[in-house]
Design a protein around this ligand. Structure first.
Ligand SMILES: [Zn+2]
Length: 292
C-alpha cells in the first residue's frame, strides 16, 4: 500500500468574493475532548444520536480550523491565526505557517490579521514560542473589551487561566500593533465587523463584501457543523455568557438562512464554505461543492 507522508502540507482552497480573491488554509484539527464536556445541557444519548447520524465519532469532538487569506489591493489579510505553539487541543493543530508557506505566502507578507476573539485557537499563532511575532509586519484587528478581559492578569487564577496565558503571551508583545474596531465598522474596504456577543463579550463576525457578493465569517458563533447548527440553544462549554450566546446563534443563523448568505465556518469541516438552511427547530449546513 502507498505510504502517504504524515507531514505533507494541507492545500490552500481558492475562494473568491466578487473581485476579492484568496484561499482557505488549515491550521489542522482541534480536539475539544469528550462531547459531554464540550456541549452542556444535552443528554449523552441524544448527543450520541446526533453525532452517529452524521457518521461522526461519539467519543471526541474534533473540529477544523479554516483560516481565510485574501488580498485587498496591496493589503494581504489573514483571518485568525490558529493555535501556534499552544498544544492544549491535541498535536494535530499548529500547521498554519507550514501551510501558508506551502501556498507561497510568507508570513512577513501579511499586513492585517483579523481576530474574532482572543481564544488560543484564534490568537495562539500571533507569536512564536519564543515570543517573537510570527507575522512581523501585520497590524492586528480585534475588539478592545475582549483584549482587556482576556489579557487581565487578575484572571490568571481563574477557570480561564489557560486561555488568559495564551492571550497574554501573544497579544501583549504586539500591543503597539493592535487596532481596536467597533461594532458595524467597515475597518478595511469591504470588510465589516459585526459584534456577536456570548462566546466572548465582544466576539466579532467579519463580513467580506465585493459588488453583490459577500461572505459571512461565523467565527465561534458556531463551533460544530452539527451540534451548534441543529441545536443552537445547546450550551458550548467555553461560552462566557451561555444564554446570550444561544440568543446570538439563533439570531445570526436565522438571518443568514433567510438572506441566503454564504458563510465560512472556522470550525466546520474543511474548507468550511456553504449556506445555512432551516431544519426543524435548528439549522443545517449545506456545504459548497469543492471546485479547484
Ligand atoms: Zn474557536
Amino acid at each position: 500500500m502507498l505510504e502517504l507522508s504524515k507531514h505533507r502540507p494541507a492545500p490552500a482552497y481558492p475562494v473568491a468574493v466578487g473581485d476579492v480573491h484568496g484561499c482557505i488554509l488549515s491550521d489542522g484539527p482541534l480536539d475539544l475532548g469528550l462531547p459531554e464536556k464540550a456541549f452542556l445541557g444535552e443528554t449523552k444519548q441524544h448527543m450520541e444520536q446526533a453525532l452517529t447520524s452524521h457518521f461522526l465519532p461519539t467519543d471526541r469532538i474534533v473540529v477544523e480550523q479554516n483560516v481565510l487569506f485574501f488580498s485587498l489591493g496591496n493589503t494581504n489579510v489573514l483571518v485568525e491565526t490558529g493555535v501556534g505553539s499552544f498544544r492544549g487541543f491535541g498535536e494535530g493543530a499548529g500547521q498554519l505557517v507550514d501551510n501558508l508557506r506551502a501556498a507561497g505566502i510568507e508570513p512577513a507578507r501579511i499586513d492585517a490579521i483579523l481576530c474574532s476573539h482572543p481564544h488560543p485557537d484564534h490568537v495562539g499563532g500571533l507569536c512564536k514560542a519564543d515570543g517573537q511575532p510570527t507575522f512581523p509586519n501585520a497590524s492586528i484587528y480585534l475588539a478592545e473589551h475582549d483584549f482587556a478581559y482576556w489579557t487581565d492578569e487578575a484572571l490568571l487564577d481563574s477557570w480561564a487561566a489557560a486561555a488568559i496565558r495564551v492571550a497574554r503571551a501573544t497579544l501583549l508583545p504586539l500591543r503597539e500593533r493592535l487596532i481596536f474596531i467597533q461594532d458595524g465598522e467597515e475597518f478595511l474596504p469591504g470588510v465589516k465587523a459585526h459584534f456577536t456577543p456570548g462566546h466572548t463579550a465582544e466576539h466579532i463576525c467579519f463580513e467580506v463584501s465585493s459588488g453583490n457578493d459577500s461572505l459571512f465569517l461565523l467565527g465561534d458563533v458556531a463551533h460544530h457543523a452539527v451540534m451548534s447548527l441543529e441545536s443552537p440553544l445547546l450550551n458550548f462549554a467555553a461560552d462566557l455568557a451561555p444564554s446570550t450566546a444561544a440568543r446570538t446563534r439563533t439570531r445570526v443563523f436565522s438571518t443568514l438562512a433567510d438572506e441566503r448568505t454564504r458563510v465560512l465556518g472556522y470550525h466546520f469541516p474543511w474548507p468550511g464554505l456553504g449556506h445555512l438552511a432551516r431544519q426543524g427547530e435548528g439549522f443545517r449546513l449545506v456545504p459548497d461543492s469543492i471546485r479547484w
